[in-house]
Design a protein around this ligand. Structure first.
Ligand SMILES: [Zn+2]
Length: 85
């Protein structure tokens, strides 16, 4: 059950403003993260579904830096559409 209202939000899930805030606080029972892929090239980065990232990297000749990030589904949905490298 959600107990966000009983705690102070510190927005630590944004990792210093790197990602959008989540609906639930990381200390809430309803806070559930999933694995997403963060793809970086130079100073440009985007976050994708893991399977989409795999296809994207395989289709490309560029060596991207791919790391796994744990975000909630709502954080991911709050991120702007990726416009391409
Ligand atoms: Zn909550």
């Amino acid at each position: 059950m959600c107990n966000c209202l009983t705690m102070r939000r510190d927005l630590r899930e944004t990792m210093g403003g790197k990602y959008p805030h989540s609906t639930h606080s990381p200390a809430c029972e309803d806070y559930v993260t999933e694995e997403f892929a963060r793809i970086e090239y130079g100073d440009v980065a985007c976050v994708m579904e893991k399977r989409e990232a795999e296809a994207f990297v395989n289709d490309s000749n560029i060596e991207y830096v791919v790391t796994t990030v744990h975000l909630t589904r709502d954080q991911f949905e709050r991120m702007g559409e990726f416009a391409g490298f």
